[in-house]
Ligand binder design. Sequence first.
Ligand SMILES: [Fe+2]
Ligand SMILES: [Fe+2]
Length: 349
Amino acid sequence: MLVHIVADTVKKLADLRAMLERHHAVTSELLSDASIRCGESDAVVVTANLQAVENIATLKEMFGKLTHVRKRIFIVDQKTRLFTAQAYALGATRVLVNPISQSRLLAELADRDRPETNLNKVLPSAREAATAGAAAMASMFSDALTGNPIDVGSAKGTAGKIADSIAEDGLCDWLETVRHHHEGTYQHCLLVTGIAVDFGLSLGLSKADNERLYSAAMFHDIGKAKIPLAVLDKPGRLDARERALIETHPVAGYDVLKGNPAICPEILDAVRHHHEYLDGSGYPDALCAASISDLVRILTISDIFAALIERRSYRPTMPREQAYEIIRNMEGKLERPLVAAFRAVALNR
Ligand SMILES: [Fe+2]
Ligand SMILES: [Fe+2]
């Protein structure tokens, strides 16, 4: 594999070269004199301090020229949500945090080359829609965190692109692309959006209802912007305090969006209630069946399925059949005819 390295200091550049050059063909350059000579590189690995304003403009220009490179790994200096969001907004397909070990970096480069991912078969439109989707997520999460108004129009426009990509290429390409290029909450929200699009199409929803559904999916977990990453991305089981913190996200999301004139009541309802169950055992309002709208019921099924099949570094990806079985066995919590209709989305599409 041909890997191009860009770093903002001589030391970082030398460290990365030392890690990679025994294993891959490597080219490199300093960010300050980057002419982006990466040509036909298969991957680009970038590390730079995102607190330095002068770096941002250079990186923006640089990533603009790198859209043809399939793997764009950005290594940030600190694990903060703003840096991660910024790196994705710049165009990274994967963000890692310093200090990074050689084995981790090599695994990242190799991981995306696993033959079963069939990346060569993934059509560019799915990749482009996923990259645009991740950038929209990043800017939404960063606005929610800093208290800026969310750019609803641009998020809805991106959701529309995702819908077009799935309508054209199907759900499989979308799931493959998102699971192999994105991580954490962005991966989850992109998966939910794609699954909701496909579910809406398979149910024959009207164009307007479908638009409301996939927009609600884009926004549904925006409240997670307020949850510390250490809890959100914690591998394994959460304790009671962490679980309680996670369960604040529907109301937090509702509070972020409620004053926004571009958000309709149906979307607001879905953001607040996507963890409610028909039997009243959900949260935050313990609603019962009659109070849970059709849009929310569809979104909840899409959300649970996405959470089950997402790629996590600490566990194998669950097969779609197994995930559907879990949903099918959630007796009394989800609408049975909808779960039956979801079978085609979960297994066949
Ligand atoms: Fe959620
Ligand atoms: Fe979710």
